[in-house]
Design a protein. Structure first.
Length: 130
């Protein structure tokens, strides 16, 4: 029996997903049809596979225009300090942060201020160049 859980994410751009994983200091592989390992030798395929440091992986598969996170969370959480909800939140938050910074740069905006709230949210104040 497979323990894999799929979580649809609002991540569309692979480059920003990879940047988020790098910023969060996760080791990963990227490619086509990489193996995501799960319980009892169950396998899934993904384009990006995060190495968790144990025999269970976390993968990202492209589904239409968005990525889906796929993992045997029972195995990941039982063998690592990684927790499903916090991992998803961290990746989403870092992805959004990278995307906003990229869009600001493309629109020639200046980051005036950047503060992190108690809940982990980041507030970025932008302005136009003079």
């Amino acid at each position: 029996m497979s323990h894999f859980i799929r979580i649809r994410m609002q991540i569309r751009e692979r480059e920003h997903l990879l940047a988020a994983l790098r910023n969060l200091h996760y080791e990963y592989q990227e490619g086509e049809n990489l193996v995501v390992r799960g319980y009892a030798s169950n396998r899934e395929r993904a384009e990006v596979v995060v190495n968790t440091g144990c025999q269970y992986d976390i993968g990202f598969q492209r589904q239409e225009q968005e990525y889906e996170c796929v993992a045997d969370w029972w195995g990941v959480q039982g063998n690592t300090p990684i927790r499903q909800e916090s991992f998803i939140q961290q990746v989403n938050r870092q992805y959004a942060y990278n995307l906003i910074r990229e869009q600001a740069r493309e629109q020639n905006l200046i980051v005036e201020e950047e503060t992190e709230q108690e809940n982990g949210d980041i507030v970025i104040v932008l302005s136009e160049r003079a």
